[in-house]
Design a protein around this ligand. Structure first.
Ligand SMILES: Cc1ncc(COP(=O)(O)O)c(C=O)c1O
Length: 394
C-alpha cells in the first residue's frame, strides 16, 4: 500500500512540536508514491494480502483499520498528548464503546449532574438496562464526587468540563486523584474546550472523549467521535471493542475531521475572541438576567477554568430576564445566529436547550432552566453578531 498514515506514533520529529505543527503534520507523511501532501480518502473496505496473512502495513479490513482513520486517530492522540486515539461514527458511539471496554454489568459510574443530555440518556436508558448503575453529582464539588464513589464497584468517574449547556467546571487534577484513590478511571469529555484549550491527559485524566462533530470537525459537516487514552493496556481493550462493536468513523468522515483539526488553533482563538465580545455585550444588557461564561470572574468555576484552560471557549449561555417565552422569541428572531442544535462550527448558532438539545432530560435532576439560551459563537464579524443579538433580544 502507498499510504503513509503514521501508525499511532506521531514520529520523533513531531513529539516536541507545537500544537499547530502537530495538528497539521502528526498523522501523515506525504505519500511515498505520489507525494500527496494530504491523506487520501481510502474508500476501500478490504486490502490485498501478499499471501495469506501477508498484510501491508497491518491493513486487513476497514472496520479494523483504515489509513484515513489511522491518520485522524494519530493526530487526535498527538493533540491530546495521549498514547493512542480511536475514531468513531459519533461522540455517543465513542462513549458506548468506552463503557463496554471498561465496565461490566453490576458496575457503577459517577456522572456530572449537568452532563450533555445525550450522554445522560445513554447511561440512564441504555447502559442501565445492561446492568450499569450510575449516580449523577455536581462535579464542581470534589467531595460530592468522592462521596458518590462506591469503592470496588465504581469503574468510571465521568467529567465534562465545561459542561453542556450550563458551562459547569470540574477540577480535572483533583477529580483524577479522587477517582484513582478509589481504583476508578477519570474520563473527561473535552468536546467544549477542544484539545487546543485543554489537555486533560496531562492533568491526570485517563481517557478523553470527543464529539468531533463539534470543534474538532469545526464546519458542521460531519458527525463523529473520538477517544484518546494514556495507558497502553487500556488502549488494547478499546481497540478490541472498537473492532468488535464496529461503530467506527468512515474514511470520508475521518478525512473531514482531520481537515478540521488542521485549523483548530486559529479557529479557537477567533471563537474565544468573539465569545468575549458577546459576553461583554450581554453582561451590560438589562434584558439579560445572567450571563454564564467560565471567563467571567463571577463564574463559580472561573479559577479552576483559568488554571486548566488556556482560554474559555466559544460557548456562552445566558438567561433571558423576560422568562421562557422571551427566550424562545429571541431564538426565533436571530438571523446571523442560526437556530439549530449542535455547536463548535464556524457559524454562530443559537438554541433553547430546554426544548431542543436537553429535552431528553426534562423532568430529571438534569433539567435546565426554561429561560436559558445557549450560543455557539462562530467566527463571523463580531459586530454583526452583537447587532443580531441586540435585535433578537426584543
Ligand atoms: C459534550 C458532548 N459530548 C458528547 C456529545 C455526543 O456527540 P455526538 O452528537 O457526536 O454523538 C455531544 C453532542 O452534542 C456533546 O455536546
Amino acid at each position: 500500500m502507498t499510504g503513509q498514515a503514521n501508525e499511532q506514533a506521531s514520529g520523533p520529529q513531531h513529539d516536541k512540536a507545537g500544537f499547530e505543527t502537530r495538528a497539521i503534520h502528526a498523522g501523515w507523511e506525504p505519500d511515498a508514491a505520489t507525494g500527496s501532501v494530504i491523506p487520501p480518502i481510502f474508500a476501500t473496505s478490504t486490502y490485498r494480502q501478499d499471501g495469506v496473512g501477508g498484510l501491508r502495513g497491518g491493513y486487513e479490513y476497514s472496520r479494523s483499520a483504515n489509513p484515513t482513520r489511522t491518520a485522524l486517530e494519530t493526530t487526535m492522540a498527538a493533540l491530546e498528548q495521549g498514547e493512542r486515539g480511536f475514531a468513531f461514527a459519533s461522540g455517543l458511539a465513542a462513549e458506548d464503546t468506552l463503557v463496554r471496554a471498561t465496565c461490566a454489568p453490576g458496575d457503577h459510574v459517577v456522572l456530572p449532574d449537568d452532563a450533555y443530555g445525550g450522554t445522560f440518556r445513554l447511561f440512564d436508558s441504555v447502559e442501565r438496562a445492561w446492568g450499569l448503575a450510575h449516580t449523577a453529582v455536581a462535579v464542581a464539588d470534589v467531595d460530592a464526587v468522592a462521596a458518590a464513589i462506591e469503592p470496588g464497584r465504581t469503574r468510571l468517574v465521568w467529567l465534562e468540563t465545561p459542561t453542556n449547556p450550563v458551562l459547569g467546571i470540574g477540577d480535572i487534577e483533583a477529580l483524577a486523584a479522587v477517582a484513582h484513590d478509589a481504583g476508578a478511571l477519570l474520563v473527561v469529555d473535552n468536546t467544549f474546550a477542544s484539545p487546543y484549550l485543554q489537555q486533560p491527559l496531562t492533568l491526570g485524566a485517563d481517557v478523553v472523549v470527543h464529539s468531533t462533530t463539534k470543534y474538532a470537525g469545526g464546519h458542521s459537516d460531519v458527525v463523529g467521535g473520538a477517544l484518546v487514552v494514556r495507558d497502553a493496556g487500556l488502549a488494547e481493550r478499546i481497540a478490541f471493542h472498537q473492532n468488535a462493536i464496529g461503530a467506527v468513523a468512515g474514511p470520508f468522515d475521518s478525512w473531514l475531521v482531520l481537515r478540521g483539526l488542521k485549523t483548530l488553533a486559529v479557529r479557537m482563538e477567533r471563537h474565544c475572541d468573539n465569545a468575549e465580545r458577546v459576553v461583554e455585550f450581554l453582561s451590560g444588557d438589562p434584558r439579560v438576567a445572567e450571563v454564564i461564561y467560565p471567563g467571567l470572574p463571577s463564574h463559580p468555576g472561573h479559577e479552576v477554568a483559568a488554571r486548566q484552560m488556556s482560554r474559555f471557549g466559544g460557548i456562552v449561555s445566558f438567561r433571558h430576564a423576560g422568562g421562557e417565552q422571551a427566550a424562545l422569541d429571541t431564538c426565533a428572531r436571530a438571523e446571523v445566529f442560526t437556530l439549530a442544535e449542535s455547536l463548535g462550527g464556524i457559524e454562530s448558532l443559537i438554541e433553547h436547550p430546554g426544548r431542543m438539545t436537553h429535552a431528553s432530560v426534562a423532568g430529571t435532576d438534569l433539567e435546565v432552566p426554561a429561560d436559558l439560551i445557549r450560543l455557539s459563537v462562530g467566527i463571523e464579524t463580531a459586530d454583526d453578531l452583537i447587532a443580531d443579538l441586540d435585535r433578537a433580544l426584543g
